[in-house]
Ligand binder design. Structure first.
Ligand SMILES: C[S@@+](CC[C@H](N)C(=O)[O-])C[C@H]1O[C@@H](n2cnc3c(N)ncnc32)[C@H](O)[C@@H]1O
Length: 381
């Protein structure tokens, strides 16, 4: 979650914490950055989930150990997982830095680990997303019978697998730099190893192209979305889903020196060194418009940093999100923090402060997950 490199020229960021005391936000600060025609409205008949941007999160939750057993989404989503495949090609090799494992194919392209710890974290985030959206996998109005679905940067492939289950007549392809997808998957789901920012070699006529937690690690999001545009059917859709890498509050309870705020600033700086923008989610609508998409729609959900909400589902989502953050600290501690000159002890103390901060029930902080979708015009060439 960081920025600078890749921020569209002339864009202005809003303040770090959104103060919306008492009132549910009707439109997010990103609306100000959106080109004409972009709407924050989702189709009226949709049930958008408890944590949709319109929701006011009431505080009052506490941190009770063992409160949650695995959610209904856990068993369904994660049981399909198997270890990484062991085919003998060099694209199945890995490299190691500070005890963490990384992809070998196009080595260095993605500086976040691909080891079991990170795969488990990704799977947990997938479960968290299902809870937070009431089981939705996307918001784009793709209709009931998509035939070709592409997931760019599929990770452990859970989103693609669930799409394959929900749309049995569709062909679903997941692409990733890392060979970390299970081998037992529905017959209509396939995974390939590829750099999605390289020349597009992955077929055309897609009904739906999806990217989740990807845009902040892309060097040139607009170029990637243009390639998607060229290979989507006229009338087809793209959707990007990303957190904006910021700390938000609706009631001004986040202190300026809250450790997680500092964490997001370090992340911004570190991602920029890799030529990517940790705040890229904010610019999703702009990127889609620049790539040629129309009918651009925007939704967001709130992801509480911890178990401060009163509502039990919100608290569960907060527990997942806090755990995902905590498990991300050592991933960032392997390459990004040392690259910026942090010593091991200094990092450990700082990560401990971050962990403690997310256990303070008086701080009502949340992250924002943005969903941007856009359509290729029917009359496109
Ligand atoms: C944060 S994970 C998200 C995984 C998945 N989309 C999800 O939401 O569960 C990002 C994934 O993108 C992959 N990735 C990053 N850069 C890539 C690139 N240039 N080409 C293909 N995959 C890439 C990484 O290997 C990683 O699996």
């Amino acid at each position: 979650m960081g920025s600078s490199a890749g921020s569209p020229a002339g864009s202005k960021r809003s303040s770090r914490s959104d103060s919306m005391a008492g009132a549910a936000p009707r439109s997010s600060p990103v609306g100000k950055l959106s080109p004409p025609g972009i709407t924050d409205e989702a189709p009226a008949q949709e049930h958008l989930g408890l944590l949709h941007g319109d929701a006011v999160i009431e505080p009052g939750g506490s941190d009770e150990e063992g409160e949650f057993s695995p959610s209904e989404y856990d068993s369904a989503s994660i049981s399909d997982q198997s270890d990484s495949t062991s085919l003998g090609s060099s694209i199945y090799d890995h490299s190691y830095v500070n005890g963490r494992r990384y992809h070998r194919y196009r080595h260095g392209r993605y500086p976040i680990p691909n080891d079991e710890a990170e795969q488990n974290r990704e799977d947990m985030l997938h479960t968290m997303m299902l809870e937070a959206t009431d089981g939705k996998l996307f918001y784009a109005p793709i209709g009931d019978h998509p035939q070709k679905i592409l997931d760019l940067g599929t990770g452990t492939g859970l989103w693609a697998i669930e799409m394959g289950d929900r749309y049995p007549s569709a062909e679903v392809l997941g692409l990733d730099l890392s060979p970390i997808q299970p081998s037992w998957v529905p017959p209509n789901v396939k995974f390939l190893i590829d750099d999605v920012e390289a020349e597009w070699l992955n077929g055309d006529n897609w009904d739906f192209v999806h990217l989740r937690n990807m845009i902040p690690v892309m060097k040139d999001p607009v170029a990637l979305l243009k390639q998607a545009y060229d290979n989507i059917k006229p009338g087809g859709w793209v959707e990007i889903q990303d957190v904006d890498g910021d700390v938000h509050t609706d009631d001004d309870t986040v202190p300026d020196d809250w450790p997680l705020k500092r964490f997001t600033e370090v992340m911004l700086e570190a991602f920029a060194k890799f030529g990517t923008n940790a705040h890229a989610a904010v610019f999703g609508g702009q990127y889609l418009a620049e790539a040629g998409f129309v009918n651009i729609q925007h939704n967001y959900i709130k992801l509480p940093y911890g178990t401060w909400p009163k509502d039990k589902i919100m608290r569960l989502v907060g527990m997942y999100y806090r755990t995902a953050c905590e498990e991300f600290f050592p991933a960032m501690g392997a390459i990004h923090f040392p690259m910026l000159g942090w010593e091991k002890t200094e990092m450990e103390i700082f990560f401990m402060q971050c962990r403690q901060a997310m256990r303070d029930p008086t701080v009502h902080a949340y992250g924002k997950m943005h969903f941007w979708s856009g359509q290729k015009p029917y009359d496109a060439d």
